[in-house]
Design a protein around this ligand. Structure first.
Ligand code: AMP
Ligand code: TRP
Length: 332
Protein backbone atom coordinates (compact mmCIF):
# COMPACT_ATOMS: atom_id res chain seq x y z
CA UNK A 1 0.00 0.00 0.00
CA UNK A 2 1.16 3.52 -0.72
CA UNK A 3 2.46 5.28 2.35
CA UNK A 4 2.28 9.00 3.12
CA UNK A 5 4.74 10.81 5.37
CA UNK A 6 4.84 14.49 6.22
CA UNK A 7 6.17 16.72 8.96
CA UNK A 8 5.55 20.12 10.53
CA UNK A 9 8.08 21.93 12.71
CA UNK A 10 7.04 22.94 16.23
CA UNK A 11 8.37 26.48 15.95
CA UNK A 12 5.24 28.41 17.02
CA UNK A 13 2.89 30.72 15.07
CA UNK A 14 1.24 27.93 13.07
CA UNK A 15 -0.51 29.81 10.25
CA UNK A 16 -2.96 29.69 7.39
CA UNK A 17 -0.17 28.68 4.96
CA UNK A 18 0.60 25.62 7.07
CA UNK A 19 -3.09 24.78 7.10
CA UNK A 20 -3.84 25.23 3.39
CA UNK A 21 -0.46 24.03 2.08
CA UNK A 22 -0.16 21.02 4.36
CA UNK A 23 -2.38 20.15 7.32
CA UNK A 24 -5.70 20.32 5.51
CA UNK A 25 -4.37 17.99 2.84
CA UNK A 26 -3.19 15.58 5.55
CA UNK A 27 -6.81 15.24 6.63
CA UNK A 28 -8.08 14.54 3.11
CA UNK A 29 -5.41 11.92 2.41
CA UNK A 30 -5.96 9.79 5.47
CA UNK A 31 -8.84 7.81 3.98
CA UNK A 32 -6.89 6.88 0.87
CA UNK A 33 -3.46 5.97 2.24
CA UNK A 34 -1.57 4.76 5.27
CA UNK A 35 -0.52 8.11 6.76
CA UNK A 36 2.28 9.07 9.12
CA UNK A 37 2.29 12.67 10.40
CA UNK A 38 5.25 13.82 12.39
CA UNK A 39 5.95 16.83 14.60
CA UNK A 40 9.57 17.35 13.64
CA UNK A 41 11.12 18.60 16.86
CA UNK A 42 14.69 17.66 15.80
CA UNK A 43 14.28 19.92 12.77
CA UNK A 44 13.00 22.76 14.94
CA UNK A 45 16.21 22.62 17.03
CA UNK A 46 18.34 23.52 14.03
CA UNK A 47 17.66 27.10 15.08
CA UNK A 48 17.58 28.07 18.78
CA UNK A 49 14.42 27.04 20.64
CA UNK A 50 13.71 27.84 24.25
CA UNK A 51 13.31 24.32 25.79
CA UNK A 52 9.95 25.02 27.45
CA UNK A 53 8.63 26.61 24.24
CA UNK A 54 9.81 23.65 22.16
CA UNK A 55 7.78 21.31 24.36
CA UNK A 56 4.67 23.49 24.33
CA UNK A 57 4.95 24.09 20.57
CA UNK A 58 5.22 20.33 20.03
CA UNK A 59 1.94 19.85 21.88
CA UNK A 60 0.40 22.76 19.99
CA UNK A 61 1.18 21.30 16.55
CA UNK A 62 -0.15 17.94 17.74
CA UNK A 63 -3.35 19.64 18.92
CA UNK A 64 -3.68 21.35 15.53
CA UNK A 65 -3.42 17.98 13.75
CA UNK A 66 -6.17 16.54 15.93
CA UNK A 67 -8.35 19.66 15.80
CA UNK A 68 -8.07 19.84 12.00
CA UNK A 69 -9.46 16.31 11.80
CA UNK A 70 -6.57 13.86 11.62
CA UNK A 71 -7.71 10.65 13.27
CA UNK A 72 -4.94 9.34 15.56
CA UNK A 73 -6.25 5.80 15.30
CA UNK A 74 -6.15 5.45 11.53
CA UNK A 75 -3.14 7.76 11.04
CA UNK A 76 0.07 7.76 13.04
CA UNK A 77 0.83 11.02 14.87
CA UNK A 78 4.07 11.34 16.84
CA UNK A 79 7.05 13.59 17.49
CA UNK A 80 10.25 12.80 15.65
CA UNK A 81 12.64 12.58 18.62
CA UNK A 82 10.75 9.62 20.09
CA UNK A 83 11.72 7.42 17.15
CA UNK A 84 15.50 7.08 17.12
CA UNK A 85 15.59 5.62 13.62
CA UNK A 86 15.24 9.14 12.18
CA UNK A 87 18.51 10.37 13.70
CA UNK A 88 20.32 7.11 12.94
CA UNK A 89 19.37 7.08 9.28
CA UNK A 90 20.15 10.80 9.05
CA UNK A 91 23.76 9.99 10.02
CA UNK A 92 23.99 7.40 7.27
CA UNK A 93 22.58 9.95 4.83
CA UNK A 94 25.13 12.52 6.02
CA UNK A 95 27.62 10.11 4.52
CA UNK A 96 25.65 9.66 1.27
CA UNK A 97 24.67 13.26 0.44
CA UNK A 98 27.36 15.47 -1.12
CA UNK A 99 28.38 18.93 0.11
CA UNK A 100 27.69 20.31 -3.33
CA UNK A 101 24.06 19.21 -3.11
CA UNK A 102 23.50 20.87 0.25
CA UNK A 103 25.22 24.05 -0.91
CA UNK A 104 22.39 24.56 -3.39
CA UNK A 105 19.59 24.51 -0.79
CA UNK A 106 17.76 27.81 -0.85
CA UNK A 107 16.09 27.32 2.56
CA UNK A 108 19.51 27.10 4.21
CA UNK A 109 20.64 30.25 2.44
CA UNK A 110 17.49 32.10 3.53
CA UNK A 111 17.60 30.90 7.12
CA UNK A 112 21.34 31.32 7.62
CA UNK A 113 21.32 34.73 5.94
CA UNK A 114 24.45 36.77 6.35
CA UNK A 115 25.41 34.86 9.51
CA UNK A 116 26.31 31.74 7.53
CA UNK A 117 29.45 30.96 9.52
CA UNK A 118 27.39 31.13 12.67
CA UNK A 119 24.55 28.83 11.54
CA UNK A 120 24.32 25.44 13.26
CA UNK A 121 25.68 22.36 11.51
CA UNK A 122 22.19 20.92 12.03
CA UNK A 123 20.65 23.68 9.90
CA UNK A 124 23.01 22.76 7.09
CA UNK A 125 22.32 19.02 7.35
CA UNK A 126 18.56 19.60 7.78
CA UNK A 127 17.60 18.13 4.37
CA UNK A 128 19.42 14.87 5.16
CA UNK A 129 17.30 14.43 8.28
CA UNK A 130 14.21 15.19 6.23
CA UNK A 131 15.19 12.47 3.73
CA UNK A 132 15.66 10.10 6.67
CA UNK A 133 12.19 10.96 8.05
CA UNK A 134 10.58 9.88 4.83
CA UNK A 135 12.78 6.96 3.84
CA UNK A 136 12.91 5.26 7.22
CA UNK A 137 9.29 4.37 6.45
CA UNK A 138 9.91 3.87 2.71
CA UNK A 139 7.11 6.40 2.24
CA UNK A 140 6.49 7.28 -1.40
CA UNK A 141 4.13 10.28 -1.22
CA UNK A 142 4.87 13.47 0.69
CA UNK A 143 2.21 16.21 0.97
CA UNK A 144 3.89 19.61 1.45
CA UNK A 145 3.67 23.24 0.42
CA UNK A 146 5.64 24.40 -2.60
CA UNK A 147 8.59 25.64 -0.51
CA UNK A 148 9.62 22.03 0.21
CA UNK A 149 10.00 20.95 -3.40
CA UNK A 150 13.76 21.37 -3.46
CA UNK A 151 14.19 19.32 -0.29
CA UNK A 152 12.16 16.51 -1.82
CA UNK A 153 14.32 16.54 -4.94
CA UNK A 154 17.32 16.10 -2.65
CA UNK A 155 15.52 13.19 -0.94
CA UNK A 156 15.17 11.53 -4.34
CA UNK A 157 18.85 12.11 -5.07
CA UNK A 158 19.87 10.59 -1.75
CA UNK A 159 17.63 7.54 -2.27
CA UNK A 160 19.02 7.02 -5.76
CA UNK A 161 22.66 7.41 -4.73
CA UNK A 162 22.16 4.99 -1.85
CA UNK A 163 20.59 2.43 -4.21
CA UNK A 164 23.43 2.89 -6.72
CA UNK A 165 26.30 2.91 -4.23
CA UNK A 166 25.16 -0.27 -2.52
CA UNK A 167 23.79 -1.96 -5.65
CA UNK A 168 20.28 -2.38 -4.25
CA UNK A 169 16.72 -1.44 -5.20
CA UNK A 170 15.88 -0.53 -1.65
CA UNK A 171 14.38 2.94 -1.43
CA UNK A 172 11.29 3.88 -3.46
CA UNK A 173 10.97 7.00 -5.58
CA UNK A 174 9.48 9.76 -3.45
CA UNK A 175 6.77 11.89 -5.04
CA UNK A 176 5.84 15.31 -3.68
CA UNK A 177 2.10 15.92 -3.37
CA UNK A 178 1.65 19.66 -3.77
CA UNK A 179 -2.11 20.06 -3.93
CA UNK A 180 -4.82 22.67 -3.75
CA UNK A 181 -5.31 26.30 -4.69
CA UNK A 182 -2.96 27.64 -2.01
CA UNK A 183 0.32 25.75 -2.17
CA UNK A 184 2.23 28.97 -1.47
CA UNK A 185 0.28 31.38 0.69
CA UNK A 186 1.90 34.80 0.72
CA UNK A 187 2.31 37.37 3.51
CA UNK A 188 -0.69 39.66 4.06
CA UNK A 189 1.72 42.61 4.21
CA UNK A 190 3.88 41.84 1.16
CA UNK A 191 2.71 39.74 -1.80
CA UNK A 192 6.28 38.87 -2.73
CA UNK A 193 7.10 37.10 0.56
CA UNK A 194 5.61 33.80 1.69
CA UNK A 195 3.53 33.72 4.84
CA UNK A 196 5.92 32.45 7.49
CA UNK A 197 6.18 31.65 11.17
CA UNK A 198 9.29 33.77 11.53
CA UNK A 199 8.07 37.03 9.93
CA UNK A 200 8.56 39.79 12.49
CA UNK A 201 5.14 41.23 11.75
CA UNK A 202 2.25 39.34 13.30
CA UNK A 203 0.02 41.20 10.81
CA UNK A 204 1.60 39.21 7.98
CA UNK A 205 -0.08 35.94 8.96
CA UNK A 206 -3.33 34.49 10.26
CA UNK A 207 -2.54 32.00 12.99
CA UNK A 208 -4.44 29.11 14.51
CA UNK A 209 -4.65 31.00 17.79
CA UNK A 210 -6.02 34.29 16.42
CA UNK A 211 -9.40 35.40 17.74
CA UNK A 212 -12.25 36.11 15.31
CA UNK A 213 -11.59 39.83 15.72
CA UNK A 214 -7.91 39.43 14.94
CA UNK A 215 -8.63 37.36 11.81
CA UNK A 216 -11.09 39.95 10.60
CA UNK A 217 -8.78 42.89 11.35
CA UNK A 218 -5.78 41.27 9.64
CA UNK A 219 -7.78 40.58 6.48
CA UNK A 220 -9.28 44.08 6.41
CA UNK A 221 -5.80 45.56 6.71
CA UNK A 222 -4.16 43.18 4.24
CA UNK A 223 -2.19 45.00 1.56
CA UNK A 224 -4.07 45.26 -1.75
CA UNK A 225 -4.12 47.50 -4.80
CA UNK A 226 -6.92 50.00 -5.54
CA UNK A 227 -8.35 48.14 -8.58
CA UNK A 228 -11.51 46.00 -8.56
CA UNK A 229 -11.01 42.23 -8.87
CA UNK A 230 -10.54 41.04 -12.47
CA UNK A 231 -13.09 38.91 -14.31
CA UNK A 232 -10.68 36.01 -14.86
CA UNK A 233 -7.38 34.69 -13.49
CA UNK A 234 -5.24 36.15 -16.28
CA UNK A 235 -5.98 39.52 -14.66
CA UNK A 236 -4.28 38.38 -11.45
CA UNK A 237 -0.86 37.89 -13.04
CA UNK A 238 0.82 41.12 -12.04
CA UNK A 239 -1.26 41.56 -8.88
CA UNK A 240 0.36 39.30 -6.26
CA UNK A 241 -1.66 40.56 -3.28
CA UNK A 242 -4.98 40.16 -5.10
CA UNK A 243 -3.94 36.72 -6.41
CA UNK A 244 -3.03 35.65 -2.88
CA UNK A 245 -6.37 36.67 -1.34
CA UNK A 246 -8.34 35.06 -4.17
CA UNK A 247 -6.26 31.88 -3.79
CA UNK A 248 -6.94 31.80 -0.05
CA UNK A 249 -10.67 32.28 -0.65
CA UNK A 250 -10.64 29.48 -3.24
CA UNK A 251 -8.77 27.07 -0.99
CA UNK A 252 -11.02 27.77 2.00
CA UNK A 253 -14.23 27.47 0.01
CA UNK A 254 -13.18 24.42 -2.00
CA UNK A 255 -13.43 26.29 -5.30
CA UNK A 256 -10.91 27.25 -7.97
CA UNK A 257 -9.68 30.85 -8.27
CA UNK A 258 -11.65 31.11 -11.55
CA UNK A 259 -14.85 30.18 -9.76
CA UNK A 260 -14.19 32.77 -7.07
CA UNK A 261 -13.74 35.42 -9.76
CA UNK A 262 -17.08 34.43 -11.33
CA UNK A 263 -18.67 35.68 -8.10
CA UNK A 264 -16.34 38.54 -7.24
CA UNK A 265 -14.91 39.75 -10.59
CA UNK A 266 -15.62 43.45 -11.07
CA UNK A 267 -16.20 43.98 -7.34
CA UNK A 268 -13.83 45.91 -5.08
CA UNK A 269 -11.92 44.75 -2.01
CA UNK A 270 -14.51 46.56 0.12
CA UNK A 271 -16.88 43.69 -0.81
CA UNK A 272 -14.35 40.93 -1.06
CA UNK A 273 -12.43 41.33 2.20
CA UNK A 274 -15.44 41.02 4.53
CA UNK A 275 -16.55 37.90 2.65
CA UNK A 276 -13.06 36.44 2.98
CA UNK A 277 -12.92 37.31 6.68
CA UNK A 278 -16.26 35.58 7.30
CA UNK A 279 -15.11 32.50 5.42
CA UNK A 280 -11.76 32.34 7.24
CA UNK A 281 -13.51 32.65 10.59
CA UNK A 282 -16.05 29.99 9.64
CA UNK A 283 -13.28 27.53 8.78
CA UNK A 284 -10.67 28.38 11.42
CA UNK A 285 -12.70 29.21 14.54
CA UNK A 286 -13.85 25.62 15.16
CA UNK A 287 -10.24 24.42 14.81
CA UNK A 288 -8.92 27.06 17.24
CA UNK A 289 -11.53 26.30 19.84
CA UNK A 290 -10.92 22.54 19.57
CA UNK A 291 -7.17 23.21 19.91
CA UNK A 292 -7.76 25.19 23.09
CA UNK A 293 -9.87 22.36 24.48
CA UNK A 294 -7.19 19.77 23.66
CA UNK A 295 -4.34 21.87 25.05
CA UNK A 296 -6.07 22.03 28.42
CA UNK A 297 -5.24 18.32 28.76
CA UNK A 298 -1.55 17.89 27.83
CA UNK A 299 -1.59 14.37 29.29
CA UNK A 300 -3.96 13.27 26.52
CA UNK A 301 -1.74 14.85 23.84
CA UNK A 302 1.35 13.13 25.23
CA UNK A 303 -0.51 9.82 25.21
CA UNK A 304 -1.40 10.30 21.52
CA UNK A 305 2.29 10.99 20.77
CA UNK A 306 3.50 7.98 22.77
CA UNK A 307 1.05 5.66 21.03
CA UNK A 308 1.99 7.06 17.61
CA UNK A 309 5.71 6.72 18.37
CA UNK A 310 5.29 3.08 19.27
CA UNK A 311 3.45 2.34 16.03
CA UNK A 312 6.01 4.36 14.06
CA UNK A 313 8.91 2.40 15.60
CA UNK A 314 7.23 -0.85 14.62
CA UNK A 315 7.49 0.23 10.97
CA UNK A 316 10.83 2.07 11.07
CA UNK A 317 12.97 -0.31 13.14
CA UNK A 318 12.83 -3.33 10.80
CA UNK A 319 13.55 -1.06 7.80
CA UNK A 320 16.52 0.47 9.64
CA UNK A 321 17.78 -3.03 10.49
CA UNK A 322 17.85 -3.89 6.78
CA UNK A 323 19.66 -0.63 6.03
CA UNK A 324 22.37 -1.21 8.62
CA UNK A 325 22.94 -4.66 7.18
CA UNK A 326 23.18 -3.29 3.62
CA UNK A 327 25.83 -0.74 4.64
CA UNK A 328 27.82 -3.22 6.75
CA UNK A 329 27.17 -2.06 10.30
CA UNK A 330 27.35 -5.11 12.54
CA UNK A 331 24.60 -5.62 15.09
CA UNK A 332 24.37 -8.57 17.44
P1 AMP B 1 6.98 24.38 8.46
O1 AMP B 1 6.20 25.34 9.26
O2 AMP B 1 8.13 25.00 7.78
O3 AMP B 1 7.34 23.14 9.22
O4 AMP B 1 6.01 23.90 7.32
C1 AMP B 1 5.02 22.91 7.49
C2 AMP B 1 4.27 22.68 6.19
O5 AMP B 1 3.56 23.87 5.81
C3 AMP B 1 5.19 22.34 5.01
O6 AMP B 1 4.55 21.35 4.21
C4 AMP B 1 5.30 23.63 4.27
O7 AMP B 1 5.55 23.44 2.89
C5 AMP B 1 3.91 24.23 4.48
N1 AMP B 1 3.95 25.70 4.39
C6 AMP B 1 4.70 26.54 5.16
N2 AMP B 1 4.50 27.82 4.80
C7 AMP B 1 3.60 27.78 3.77
C8 AMP B 1 2.98 28.79 2.97
N3 AMP B 1 3.23 30.09 3.16
N4 AMP B 1 2.11 28.40 2.01
C9 AMP B 1 1.84 27.08 1.82
N5 AMP B 1 2.39 26.08 2.53
C10 AMP B 1 3.25 26.42 3.51
N1 TRP C 1 11.13 20.69 6.17
C1 TRP C 1 9.71 20.67 6.37
C2 TRP C 1 9.23 22.12 6.54
O1 TRP C 1 9.93 22.98 7.00
C3 TRP C 1 9.31 19.86 7.56
C4 TRP C 1 9.66 18.43 7.39
C5 TRP C 1 10.62 17.75 8.08
C6 TRP C 1 9.07 17.50 6.49
N2 TRP C 1 10.65 16.43 7.67
C7 TRP C 1 9.75 16.26 6.71
C8 TRP C 1 8.08 17.59 5.54
C9 TRP C 1 9.43 15.13 5.97
C10 TRP C 1 7.76 16.45 4.79
C11 TRP C 1 8.43 15.22 5.02
O2 TRP C 1 8.13 22.39 6.23
Amino acid sequence: MDRIFSGVQPTGNLHLGNYLGAIRNFVDLQNKYECIYCVVDLHAMTVWQEPKKLASNTREVTASFLAAGINPESSIIFNQSQVLAHAQLAWIFNCVARLGWLNRMTQFKEKAGKQRENASVGLYAYPNLMAADILTYKANHVPVGEDQKQHLELTRDIAQKFNNDFGVEFFPEVEPLIIGEATRVMSLRDGSKKMSKSDLSDQSRITFTDTEDEISRKIRRAKTDPEALPMDISGLKSRPEAANLVGIFAALSGQTSSEVLKDFGGRGFGDFKPALADLAIEKLAPISSEMRRLLADPGHIDAVLADGAERARAIADPILAEITEIVGLVSA
